[in-house]
Design a protein around this ligand. Sequence first.
Ligand code: PEP
Ligand code: MN
Length: 351
Amino acid sequence: MNHGAPDGAIDRVVAEIERMGSKAHLSRGQFRTVIGAVGEEGTLDQTHLSSLDGVEKVVPIMKPYKLASREFHDEDSVVIVGGGRSVMGGDVPAVKVGGPHAACIAGPCAVENREMLQKIARHVRDAGAHILRGGVFKPRTSPYSFQGLGLEALKWMRQTGDELGMPICVEVMDTRQVADMEPYVDCFQIGARNMQNFDLLREVGKTRKPVLLKRGLAATVKDWLLSAEYVLSQGNTGVVLCERGIKTFEDSIRYTLDVTSIPVARQWSHLPIIVDPSHAAGKRDYVAALALAGMAAGAHGIIVEVHYNPAEAQCDGPQALLPQMFKELMGQLRQIAAIHKREFVEAGELV
Ligand code: PEP
Ligand code: MN
């Protein structure tokens, strides 16, 4: 739409797009409003749309992912995680991810018990993490490994987040869990193994909670953005991408962190992107280097696993940072973020 096109003109274009059988997606930027029309190309009368009041131009988006593309939304998106009153009554600060805002999500791989969760959460909060992570449904290679403590542990996550003033990010594995989890979480995590669980993507897309979308173990950047498109197509605009390493022939590390995917995804898409150094490294010695590399490549933050007693962790102990290591890493990350003019706000500055 033209700069300053009035609401009436925007509403008219939306109505016309819907009359032609397509779905209209509004993106209000600082300078202009873009209306995405997603549907069968043949059914959209471009000449008619061009002639409507306030329309600057009609451009077909060539990329297969439409709403995720830079063509649809030129400026970096900023996703807000948390904010407002939680279901358990706590005040949850709003954390911004994207554009100039960098965020750190930290916590245990899995919630093992309440005390351990509270202890780790306090450590990471005091060291500067903004959002608390902790899995309650764990995707494990073996069906005999610890599978997570389920909804009871989710309530401990909520309580702990409320007590410490941190939004929570928790993995959802199955469409049947979405409705039960939605009231408690501030952000749904979609795990690497579920990146192409299209029903699950659509289901979280129907909610209005942000979605952290991990890259699949063997997914291209294009596949990944098409998965983001599933969520966006349902009207949920809060997608944060997460590079967590892919399978390659290299076997000295758990996965290979594809640092290149960060500038590629940033060029092709407006969505924020963070890096998960823990699952790529598989070993705590390598975690800090990968986190810093991801930030240097232009990521908008990290998600990292931390444990004070990793030897006894039920899941992913070898890659968990010790609290002191995490604290040092946060200091280094702030410096690297500054070269891209991104800022990790101090937890005390959050409202
Ligand atoms: C996790 O975050 O603990 C996890 C299982 O990650 P991923 O899906 O990337 O393997
Ligand atoms: Mn893990």
